[in-house]
Design a protein around this ligand. Structure first.
Ligand code: IMP
Length: 203
């Protein structure tokens, strides 16, 4: 199957391609086809992932996969959430990380609990959607650790693994990460080919 990957984020693209490799799909990426990302006006990761995937499927005529993801920090009432890509109005990873540290100044480690959420939506040109979700619990450190990955990875410590996402090689991050879990759910659903479409009762 030819699938359009509806993201321009290089970190996401590389994780999605690796995670989907066992399915043997061919990937088409923005730049190869005319595609304008829609405005992310949704109030949830699900809404935004659906918006992006459905818009991409309409524009490209291909089954399209979108990832909407972000960080929910408990001490900030769930911020930045769906606004993770533009937290504090910042567009660069480094500035967003510094802003997050600033917002959490003085909050002790045990209260710096957070989770990463990823929602993957595979949308078909006929309007059908598949939705997969993954979450990972962690702590926001007081200083960055590690140089791998992207985004908030250097600040996100996974107690179960004893390291931050930025200290994990791609395979290890995939084992623990929100996106890795959502990709696992997708791969399981596709283990025997396209998952059956739910048949809705007639109204
Ligand atoms: P969006 O899904 O395009 O709205 O952007 C999500 C934002 O959340 C990204 O730009 C990153 O800043 C952050 N994010 C999502 N997934 C990860 C991850 O795996 N590691 C680090 N940051 C992430």
């Amino acid at each position: 199957m030819r699938v359009f990957l509806a993201t321009t984020n290089p970190g996401k693209l590389s994780e999605l391609k690796k995670g989907l490799r066992p399915l043997g799909w061919t990937f088409v990426t923005p730049g190869e086809l005319p595609y304008t990302p829609p405005e992310e006006t949704g109030m949830s990761f699900e809404d935004n992932a659906m918006l992006k995937a459905a818009s991409a499927a309409r524009q490209t005529g291909l089954p399209s996969l979108a990832d909407d993801s972000g960080l929910e920090v408990d001490a900030l009432g769930g911020e930045p959430g769906v606004y993770s890509a533009r937290f504090g109005g910042h567009t660069r990873d480094l500035d967003r990380n510094l802003y997050l540290l600033e917002r959490l100044k003085g909050v002790p480690l045990e209260e710096r609990t957070a989770r990463f959420v990823a929602v993957l939506v595979l949308a078909y040109p006929d309007g059908h959607l598949e939705v997969y979700r993954g979450e990972t619990e962690g702590l926001i450190l007081e200083a960055p650790r590690g140089h791998l990955g992207f985004g908030y990875d250097p600040l996100f410590y996974v107690p179960e693994a004893g390291r931050t996402f930025a200290e994990m090689l791609p395979g290890e991050k995939a084992r623990y990460s929100h996106r890795g879990k959502a990709l696992r759910a997708l791969r399981e659903a596709w283990a025997h080919g396209p998952p059956p479409r739910e048949i809705k009762p007639m109204e």
